[in-house]
Design a protein around this ligand. Structure first.
Ligand code: GLU
Length: 312
């Protein structure tokens, strides 16, 4: 059975970009007779208070896109809040450590940005390996100054995969990504590790998410393989842009669910979004369930989508 998922980090009210991702994840799973799991990605618990997660569930229900499992309703693979899963991440982190793949890194963000290392497509620095070869004495000395973050040692290997929507993608882990953080200096686990462990343990078979995470996928595929976990299929979506071409963000208050709910019915929101995503010929109101039968990834644009002026 196809198991899709929503994996939001609710640091505010949902906006159209999040919503578009949820609509496509839901349609993609439902069109195959599958189900959708809701996992709240609140690793940064301060930024993602529970009330935003609860609002998000209410918003999804209002839109007719409620998840089948997870979130506050729970389910067989819970807990579904990343803030409650530290023991599980600790277990898999321990496996990486046992394999000798993890090492402490004392570099600060500003040191990394000052380094003349190449930058990734997402603007992050390709880690130049500064702390890869520290001696135990150096580690002990540096630990007295500040606690380290923990990185995994990636091989010089090109990871290739075929994205279910965007097609073939490849990245060389050493050259394009570099050793990456799996545990932060404050002891919390990093997104890249948590997302892999969670999708695998929650039985997710299809990940639908924004194209901003396409370049994280090779790292994640390598983690799946290294940890002996089964990887899902990935479908990355073009980003939804404001009419002036800017990326939508939570700062665009008028695109938030709060504003949309005051102005439109759920069917009006879904109908307009379906139109923008190529799933309907007109922006006429539609229930999400009406779109299931005609859903097909081929209809969805592959380039970033600019919202037409005045549509919302
Ligand atoms: N929690 C991430 C976000 O809201 C999404 C992670 C994922 O889909 O893999 O941006």
């Amino acid at each position: 059975m196809t198991v899709g998922r929503y994996a939001p980090s609710p640091s505010g009210r949902m906006h159209l970009g999040n919503l578009c991702c949820c609509l496509l994840a839901w349609l993609s799973a439902k069109s195959k007779g599958g189900k959708v799991v809701l996992r709240i990605e609140d690793l940064d618990a301060m930024r993602c208070p529970r009330r935003f997660a609860d609002l998000l569930e209410a918003d999804l229900a209002w839109l007719g896109l409620a998840a089948d499992e997870g979130g506050s309703a729970g389910g067989p693979d819970g807990p579904y809040y990343q803030s409650e899963r530290a023991d599980i991440y600790g277990y898999y982190y321990g496996k990486l450590a046992e394999m000798g793949l993890v090492y402490p890194c004392f570099c600060t963000r500003s040191q990394l940005h000052a380094a003349s290392a190449p930058h990734r497509s997402d603007g992050q620095v390709v880690y130049p390996g500064t702390c890869r070869g520290l001696t135990p004495e150096q580690v002990a000395e540096k630990s007295r100054v500040r606690p380290p973050a923990w990185r995994v040692r990636v091989p010089d290997e090109t990871i290739r995969f075929v994205d279910g929507h965007l097609g073939p993608y490849a990245e060389n882990l050493a050259r394009d990504c570099g050793d990456f953080v799996v545990r932060r200096a404050d002891g919390g686990f990093a997104y890249q590790l948590a997302v892999v462990v969670d999708d695998a343990l929650m039985g997710v078979t299809q990940v639908v998410r924004g194209a901003d995470l396409l370049s994280s996928t090779p790292r994640q595929l390598w983690l799946y393989r290294t940890l002996g976990l089964k990887a899902p299929e990935f479908c990355h979506l073009p980003l939804l842009l404001a009419p002036d071409g800017r990326r939508l963000s939570k700062r665009d208050g008028d695109q938030s669910l709060e504003h949309l709910q005051a102005k439109y019915t759920p069917e009006q929101v879904i109908g307009r979004l379906a139109y923008v995503c190529g799933l309907a010929d007109t922006p006429a109101p539609r229930a999400a369930a009406e779109l299931v039968d005609g859903f097909c990834w081929d209809k969805v644009p592959k380039q970033d989508i600019c919202l037409p002026e005045g549509l919302f």
